[in-house]
Design a protein around this ligand. Structure first.
Ligand code: SAM
Length: 261
């Protein structure tokens, strides 16, 4: 084990994570495809359609305010805008991409220039730490809070959940897509083998950075199980339906949702 986290304070941990993402920002999108065999795209598409942003039975359609936390290079935010504006024909959906890392946001900003102008105007970028969202994000101001492949890196997850609760409107939804625990022992063995040797190796070969990718793999290992994480969401005050989560690809990833009552 790399032992990246051992004995680190929260501030040191935050700084370490910042370092990792500064070094991977440029190669991040290509690496995602290689590491997950393109599967992350399917998970992200499913995550966004399951949230169905922009859906409204009113005319004109009800505006929606979405906060994509740890939004990185924009994968979730861009899908949200496409789904809301294009598929649900609701132009009054705005998305704020926030991330602690300005290198990731810079790549996202660059990528967003390819979006239709109406989507570009509906998008804003905000450097912010998810565990202490800026006071400018008022309480009860968002309809939807999304976080994809970000929360496991936060130095204090319960605090980030409390912040999500604070900025969401009553009736607003917290939605998280994250790597999780694989139930099937055989699939788990194959998956562990791939993540602990394959991913750091690709990190070395493609991005010239074995340590950052080793860290990312270890952070998946440390992240709580589906049930434990659901309980943390409930502890933060959210209401969950059914089990509170949906497994993707046998639990390689999972979607958790909670509503602020
Ligand atoms: N959501 C994007 C996606 O699915 O492609 C990006 C995911 S990327 C694996 C994780 C992101 O979390 C990075 O951009 C990193 O900078 C961000 N991050 C890590 N710690 C954070 C924190 N405390 N607050 C906000 N963002 C954070």
């Amino acid at each position: 084990h790399f032992g990246f986290e051992d004995g680190l304070s929260e501030a040191e941990k935050t700084e370490r994570v910042a370092g990792v993402f500064h070094s991977v920002a440029e190669s991040y999108d290509r690496m995602n495809d290689l590491m997950s065999f393109g599967w992350h795209r399917i998970w992200k598409d499913h995550f966004v359609s399951s949230l169905n942003p922009g859906l409204s039975s009113h005319n004109p359609p009800t505006p929606q305010n979405i906060l994509d936390v740890a939004g990185g290079t924009g994968d979730i935010a861009f899908r949200m805008l496409h789904h809301a504006h294009q598929l649900n024909r609701n132009p009054d959906v705005r998305v704020t991409i926030s991330d602690i890392n300005t290198s990731m946001l810079a790549v996202g900003k660059q990528r967003s220039l390819k979006l239709p102008a109406s989507q570009q105007t509906a998008l804003s970028f905000l450097p912010a730490d998810a565990t202490v969202l800026p006071a400018a994000l008022a309480p009860n101001s968002f309809d939807l809070y999304t976080v994809a492949f970000g929360i496991r890196n936060f130095s204090n997850i319960p605090q980030a959940l409390r912040e999500a609760y604070r900025v969401l409107k009553p009736g607003g939804v917290f939605a998280c897509l994250e790597f999780s625990k694989v139930g099937n022992p055989l699939l788990n063995a194959v998956y562990k083998r791939w993540s602990f040797s394959g991913i750091p190796m690709i990190g070395q070969l493609v991005a010239g950075d074995r340590d950052s990718y080793q860290y990312l793999v270890e952070s998946i290992e440390r992240f709580p199980s589906q049930d434990e994480f659901r309980d943390m969401i409930v502890d933060a005050g959210f209401v969950v339906g059914g089990e509170g989560y949906e497994n993707l690809t046998g639990g390689v990833a999972a979607i958790h949702k909670g509503m602020k009552p």
